[in-house]
Write a protein that binds this ligand. Structure first.
Ligand code: NAD
Ligand code: MG
Length: 387
């Protein structure tokens, strides 16, 4: 083992981010190591990862499914832990130097929270935790004197661009958005979108939930809220620009008018690596820009059909309190219902808006209040689907 090797708990290792993270670790020349892996399904993949990376722990969060699987080929020094509580147990072990929160959705909340509470630096891909409980999460990180390192490509770009000036010199954050597969669709065309079409993103290969979020623009809405809390910037100073090539990952505009952007080909291995190795950089395997062939970059304002989702993001980012948790839960449940064929594509955003409007807002909720509201919002989506 290399000296000063950083031991990373990769929570959600079988997902799109988890898999890319392991590629970054494999290419780090021993600088980074995976000390823990976790998955909720796809155990064949988890087993292969364990054989390659020889972690101390693998966590399977679905205990019944775990029991039915043959784990005899696990490396002898790898301990198998089951149940979602095991995620928190592993995240706080002394040997863990950094936790990658790459579980999708609200299921990532407790382990992310446990890691921060125990002073672990967290590379945060799980934006839903920030949307749900941003003010509490950032306050906890401050109290525990630990860092949240963004993995979301937009937030990684902003994090890097923010190093060009002081926080009181920032005028605006500009989040770029590819616009998803339906950026040129009319309202009529959107009504007939199928599950397969929505799962086919033109630029990024990602897990199903975020792919649907990108198609509805809810991903950008969630990212507005994520940026609000991660960078402590008021909602009205966060803008969105459609940029179909996904090369400029986001920008910071300073008070003097300078706009600082971060560019790289669309490849999540770079923001993951930046978070893993911060404040250093090493030559990794992320794709490079090719300046010897001509290309152009386009930027447009969001279209009419994209605005309703973005408005929800701005609304929750400025209201704070309980609104993020309700938006996140309603969206997760609505995406689940769409993927189950129970809700039309065009109903996802209206369902979120209606449930957000219905909830009784509290400006200073506790974590347990947010968890209760998360359940309530999911039940409301079920009611909406059945209505
Ligand atoms: P994914 O669906 O590909 O993978 C999700 C991972 O979480 C898997 O390992 C899965 O086993 C695990 N998981 C699922 N349900 C679970 C549960 N109930 N309990 C415990 N573990 C569970 O998702 P992804 O695309 O890798 O996204 C992961 C997170 O990163 C999301 O929050 C997403 O918004 C964020 N993110 C992803 C990308 C991307 O390019 N994929 C980019 C930016 C941010
Ligand atoms: Mg993103």
């Amino acid at each position: 083992m290399a000296e000063n090797c950083k031991q990373i708990a990769v929570l959600g290792s079988t997902g799109s981010i988890g898999t890319s993270a392991l590629e970054v670790i494999a290419a780090s020349g021993g600088r980074l190591q995976a000390i823990a892996l976790s998955a909720h399904s796809q155990f064949d993949r988890l087993l292969k990862q364990a054989q390659e990376f020889q972690p101390r722990w693998v966590v399977v969060t679905d205990p019944q499914a775990a029991e039915a699987f043959d784990w005899s080929a696990l490396p002898v020094d790898t301990e198998l832990l089951t149940g979602s509580e095991a995620l928190c147990e592993v995240a706080i072990r002394d040997e863990v130097d950094l936790v990658l929160a790459a579980i999708v959705g609200r299921a990532g909340l407790e382990s992310t929270w446990a890691a921060i509470e125990n002073k672990k630096p967290v590379a945060l891909a799980n934006k839903e935790t920030m949307v749900m409980a941003g003010p509490l999460v950032t306050k906890l990180a401050e109290e525990r004197d630990t860092v949240l390192l963004p993995v979301d490509s937009e937030h990684s770009a902003i994090f890097q661009a923010l190093q060009s000036g002081k926080s009181n010199e920032v005028a605006r954050l500009v989040l770029t958005a590819s616009g998803g597969p339906f950026r040129d669709y009319s309202t009529e065309q959107l009504k007939n979108v199928t599950i397969a079409e929505a799962l086919d993103h033109p630029v990024w290969e990602m897990g199903p939930k975020i792919t649907i979020d990108s198609a509805t623009m809810m991903n950008k809405a969630l990212e507005i809220v994520e940026a609000r809390w991660m960078f402590g910037i008021n909602a009205e100073r966060i803008e969105v620009a459609i940029h179909p090539q996904s090369v400029v990952h986001s920008m910071v505009e300073y008070v003097d008018g300078s706009v600082v952007a971060q560019l790289s080909p669309p490849d999540m291995r770079l923001p993951i690596q930046v978070a893993f190795d911060y404040p250093h950089r090493f030559m990794g395997i992320a794709s490079r820009m090719d300046w010897q062939h001509g290309f152009s970059l386009d930027f447009w304002p969001p279209s009419e059909s994209q605005l309703p989702a973005l408005e929800l993001g701005h609304q929750c980012a400025s209201a704070g309190g309980t609104s993020g948790a309700v938006l996140n839960a309603a969206n997760e449940a609505a995406v689940g219902a769409f993927l189950a064929g129970e809700l039309h594509f065009t109903e996802i955003v209206p369902a979120c808006r209606s449930i957000l409007e219905m909830h009784s807002f509290d400006a200073n909720p506790t974590l347990s209040q947010l968890i209760k509201l998360d359940r309530w919002a999911r039940e409301e989506v079920t009611r909406w689907v059945c209505a």
